[in-house]
Design a protein around this ligand. Structure first.
Ligand code: AMP
Length: 419
């Protein structure tokens, strides 16, 4: 199918052409006609499927065909600031040949420029829930003209504890509206929320969360916790890896990985909730331009990161929620590009791996061609080695891993300077 067949107006077709999109993605193909018809939509789709355009394009088109009146006519709420910014960029890009005004609001930064933008008049408002309610409370935002309501990444919204904020927003907006609801997963709590928002929705489902994109190659490395930093550095010796997104479970874990990589002269930065908005955006921008090679992120901060052609994702720590694995590796292999996702699994994480494999219905290939095969086969309560055990730094990694010596790894041995 082509975009022409979706009955889109010429200025949008032109924008899509300029954007380099040739064909609609599956979710776009299915959702755009439904939205243009004025029907509510329940979309089961994860990031990377092109879902932003699936709602942004028809909303832009319908707004462009109306008489111009003042007031916010479309509201998109989304859980993270990064995602909000990216949705804003999508509206700017698909609506570049039309006079639709949009703005993005989120917390963690001063409100004055956001308030000014709203005062100047916007048709589309993209917001995170907290700042939206805050500005509504202060009287800066009125939603009585609203026609379109989009709830994006609903499952993540719930995970992040925004459910009450979402419910408050739904009470404020007009009942007569068209609502679009997107979520990567559809557990009962999400279905309940969806049914409180949507009226007679059409359901559209693409790449269900239990099936990881086939174009992503997946591997697992069994490795002890203490050896994960060194294994990561070893893997990054491969200079064909131009950029890597590394996931940790905690903010401190992310910072520790960055410190370790920097010591090894690998340019890295972390993004997580303790970082200011400016620091996060700077890290993301530097990653996109290639100034830093490794971006280390926690799940929440990484939500919504949209980096085209990201080929390499590392699960430095496996997530305890199996769906999170699917979200993480969905960062790669986007829009038809191939990608690789590797996971480090220590003894304590084996149960997580089992849950993940059950969900994705796939046994992940084990890569054992590395210098750090697992040696710890019990749950360690104390991380420090006992006093009588050697605390000497292991200058020669192969000493502890005699197995490793025997293998012919045939790896890309590059000098650190090249990294
Ligand atoms: P999303 O799932 O909305 O986060 O989109 C994922 C990525 O796919 C973004 O980088 C979009 O720019 C890109 N994209 C969306 N629609 C298309 C399309 N029809 N053709 C090519 N790329 C697309």
């Amino acid at each position: 199918m082509t975009f022409n067949e979706l009955q889109l107006v010429e200025p949008i077709l032109q924008a899509l052409n300029e954007e380099g999109y040739t064909n609609p993605t599956q979710i776009q193909e299915k959702a755009i006609p439904i939205v243009l018809e004025g029907t509510d939509l329940l979309g089961c789709a994860q990031t990377g499927t092109g879902k932003t355009a699936a709602f942004a394009i028809p909303i832009i088109q319908m707004l462009s065909q109306q008489q111009r009146e003042k007031g916010i006519k479309a509201l998109i709420i989304t859980p993270t600031r990064e995602l909000a910014i990216q949705i804003g960029e999508s509206f700017a890009s698909y609506g570049r040949n039309l006079k639709i005004k949009h703005t993005v609001i989120f917390g963690g930064v001063t409100q004055s420029s956001q308030v000014n933008a709203i005062r100047n008049g916007v048709d589309v408002l993209i917001a995170t829930p907290g700042r939206l309610l805050d500005l509504i409370g202060q009287g800066f935002i009125k939603l009585n003209q609203l026609q379109f309501f989009v709830l994006d990444e609903a499952d993540r919204m719930l995970d992040m504890g925004f459910v009450n904020d979402v419910k408050k927003i739904i009470k404020i907006i007009p009942e007569k509206r068209q609502s679009l609801f997107f979520s990567a997963t559809m557990p009962p709590t999400i279905m309940q929320l969806a049914s409180s928002i949507l009226k007679d929705p059409e359901r559209v489902e693409v790449t269900p969360v239990s099936s990881t994109a086939e174009i992503i190659s997946q591997e697992v490395y069994f490795v002890d916790k203490k050896n994960k930093p060194a294994l990561l550095v070893d893997i990054l010796q491969d200079t064909t890896i131009k950029a890597a997104l590394v996931f940790t479970r905690t903010k401190h874990g992310a910072d520790r990985v960055v410190r370790f990589l920097e010591k090894q002269k690998i340019k890295a930065a972390s993004i997580h909730g303790n970082k200011s908005q400016n620091a996060r955006q700077k890290a993301l921008a530097n990653f996109k331009t290639g100034e830093i090679r490794v971006l280390v992120a926690t799940d929440i901060a990484a939500r919504g990161i949209d980096i085209e052609e990201l080929a390499f994702v590392v699960n430095y720590e496996l997530p305890n929620i199996p769906e999170t694995y699917v979200h993480r590796i969905g960062r790669t292999g986007r829009a038809g590009n191939s990608g690789k996702a590797i996971s480090f699994c220590d003894y304590e994480e084996k149960a997580y791996l089992k849950d993940i494999e059950k969900l994705i219905q796939l046994k992940i290939n084990v890569n054992d061609a590395h210098f750090y095969p697992m040696e710890v086969f019990e749950v360690l309560k104390v991380e420090k080695p006992p006093r009588n055990e050697s605390r000497k730094p292991q200058s020669d990694k192969t000493k502890t891993n005699p197995k490793a010596k025997k293998k012919n790894f045939n790896r890309n041995k590059t000098s650190k300077k090249q990294v």
